[in-house]
Write a protein that binds this ligand. Structure first.
Ligand code: DI6
Ligand code: FE
Length: 405
């Protein structure tokens, strides 16, 4: 007996290897205990609908996809960087602004000064925008505290968002995001502080589900990243990496070497690193919002990712500096328009592969029996419209853990 049986819908199950989008026309979904109990063509239901379920619901010919997964965000922070947007339009580069004390460290100053209430309220408003577009799982990083108190506060706020809204929040410790002013000129000492003090505190408090680092010329070196990755491993935490965003710095290969859940950005990743990711099962997360907003020119190696079987995920990278983006649907359109992904690859990037990038591929990301009953309902003629219509939001219903939210 199902708790709920949804009828009169087309299903984009996003199961790989099946029909495009894993599509099932005139499909049915049986839900029990917050999980998918049965999915398939209505004609193949194992009995009369009314006898199968406590409640039979009419999806009114909507397309139903898995609940969307935004697998890379910096959603918790204070203030904004609109002033830098104007500076860059006046010719300043992202590096110029970072070296002049702007960039990440300017958000750090505001975030350290912000109360928990301010951090939670501003992040909750951003989260609602994403949830209104069908996001049911989201990853939220720290990285704007860069000291013990604020890094842990950011992670607590992220955890609290997941306990007060119908969304699954996965937290990522990103203490190695930038060098704080008090450690200017002493990056190794800062990495020691991150690896030996803050990361252990976050792990022991159960505040982090994964660990990330910004491996880049204006971030941290591969050797410093290894220090952080080894500390993550010592505390049983998986890793992910901001990799090769602005130079081929060996990030993709390093992520693969550590069997990272994902390597993210990847615009400058070389084929050897991509091949290593394919062998390691590391997901490639593309972040077209940052590419677009920073007016980058170097495209990520999408063809190499396809050839080496690297699962391609997508995310908003929502953050105040490089990607103030609060639309996962627009992220799909940017990925198709700028990176030439197909609409099906783009939808897989925010469902099946987005879940894989968070280590959740076994429980989320496709409409399959045994997985979480996280679903998004769309008033569209085909799932390809989701990446096509810029600025539209055809999401008409969201179900999370079987309950309409
Ligand atoms: N890469 C990015 O694009 C963001 N962080 C990172 O490591 C930028 C974050 C910011 O500019 O505030
Ligand atoms: Fe990021």
């Amino acid at each position: 007996m199902y708790d709920t049986l949804w009828l009169n819908a087309n299903l984009a199950t996003m199961r790989s290897g099946a029909a495009p989008y894993g599509a099932i026309h005139d499909g049915a979904i049986g839900i029990a205990g917050g999980k998918i109990a049965w999915v398939g063509a209505r004609a193949e239901l194992p009995g009369e609908a009314e006898k199968l379920a406590q409640e039979v619901c009419d999806a009114e010919r909507a397309w139903i996809t898995p609940g969307l997964v935004d697998c890379h965000t910096h959603l918790v922070y204070a203030g904004n960087r609109a002033n830098e947007f104007e500076m860059r339009l006046g010719g300043a580069t992202y590096e110029d602004i970072a070296r002049a004390g702007g960039g990440i460290v300017s958000t750090v100053r505001k975030t350290r000064d912000a109360s928990d209430i301010e951090l939670a309220t501003t992040a909750a408003a951003r989260l609602k925008r994403l949830m209104d577009e069908g996001v049911t799982t989201i990853e939220i990083k720290s990285g704007y505290g860069l000291d013990m108190d604020t890094e842990l506060r950011m992670l607590r706020v992220a955890r609290m968002l997941g306990s007060t809204a119908p969304v699954t929040v996965k937290t990522t410790f990103l203490g190695a995001h930038a060098l704080p002013e008090e450690y200017k000129g002493r990056p190794d000492a800062y990495i020691d502080f991150v690896a030996d003090e803050v990361l252990p505190a976050a792990a022991q408090a159960g505040l982090a589900d994964a660990v990330d680092a910004f491996c880049e010329v204006i971030g941290f070196t591969p050797a410093q990243t290894i220090r952080v990755f080894d500390a993550a491993g010592a505390h049983g935490l998986p890793v992910k990496l901001h990799a090769d965003q602005r130079s081929d710095f060996g990030g993709a290969a390093l992520a693969a070497r550590y069997k990272a859940l994902s390597a993210d950005h990847l615009e400058f990743a070389g084929e050897p690193g991509i091949a290593a990711m394919g062998k390691a099962g590391t997901v490639g997360v593309l972040l077209p919002g940052a590419f677009y907003f920073l007016r980058e020119k170097q495209l990520p190696p999408v063809d190499a990712m396809r050839r080496h079987g690297v699962p391609i995920a997508l995310a908003t990278d929502s953050n105040p500096g490089s990607s103030p983006l609060l639309s996962i649907l627009l992220a799909m359109n940017l990925a198709c328009t700028l990176f030439r992904l197909t609409p099906e690859e783009a939808l897989a990037g925010i469902t099946r592969n987005g879940a894989k990038a968070l280590g959740m591929g076994g429980t989320h990301g496709t409409i399959e029996a045994g997985k979480a009953a996280d679903l998004a309902f769309w008033q569209v003629g085909s799932p390809g419209e989701l990446a096509y219509a810029m600025g539209a939001n055809p999401c008409v219903k969201v179900v999370r853990a079987g309950e309409a939210s």
